[in-house]
Design a protein around this ligand. Sequence first.
Ligand code: PEP
Ligand code: MG
Length: 311
Amino acid sequence: ADDAAAPTDSQHSPVKPMTGTEVKVNVSIPAAAERAAATGADGVGLLRIEHMILSTDKTPTRYVEDHGERAYVDEIVDGVRHVAEAFYPRPVRVRTLDAPSDEFRQLQGGEDEPAEHNPMLGYRGIRRSLDRPDEFELELRAFARLYELGYDNVELMLPLVTDAEDVLRAKTMMQEAGIDPEKRDWGVMVETPASALGIEQLCETGIDFASFGTNDLTQYTLAVDRNNNNVAGRFEELHPAVLDLMARVIGTCREHGVATSICGQAASKPEMVQFLVDEGVSSISANIDAVRDVQHEVKRVEQRLLLESVR
Ligand code: PEP
Ligand code: MG
């Protein structure tokens, strides 16, 4: 029943608005798709793949050992497709696997995952994916299948990239898996200071978008562990150092025609919305319960900008 509910060709080419900052929604699990779609959001700014895998209670390696590669790919295809269907033709940005090793270690098969002193600075996101091409290839195969099924509203997002080399290696693997980067919308998360400082080189890799993961960008810029209560008072997404990096990224991306977005928790803070709309961000993706407030805030700031421009 793979293609039973696939959109037809005539429905292709998701509509892109001509002006304004779009407001999107984050979807943590596929079961939340309908509720998320009902918010009227302009699309999904972040759909996390890892929950589709972690919910099976097995590491990717153990899952494939027990059920086979095809079942692993199906698990991802089914989860993403549920969301892509609920939002079609609105775009759905799907992030490749990004769970730290300590989360994998709690699962069946976890004893074979690395035990790390500091998982947040370790083996996660694109680093793990590039180090385990066999595992990453299965994820990419799931994307290729979704495109075959007609879900051209699916976008591919790479987490925790450091530099252009990370992106180019992933891009090559996408091509090997049958995904045409020229034809599909794909991009990166800006979560490391290195990726923000090197945004020009990242833009030159051919990405369509860059999305701020402010949970991590704040943690790494301020050297404040996002899970450490002792320094929780120092975790400030609106810190000038974080905002300075973000402003540079938005400016450079605009020069290169690369869309910008935010999908970290700070997206629901009015001050962050004001800052981003002022800087000219393309979209803001918030949690389901915050979408309405963010929509209002965006409208308010855009009206102010419009008034200022005619004065
Ligand atoms: C972020 O870092 O802001 C983000 C959205 O990713 P995660 O919270 O999953 O690390
Ligand atoms: Mg992150």
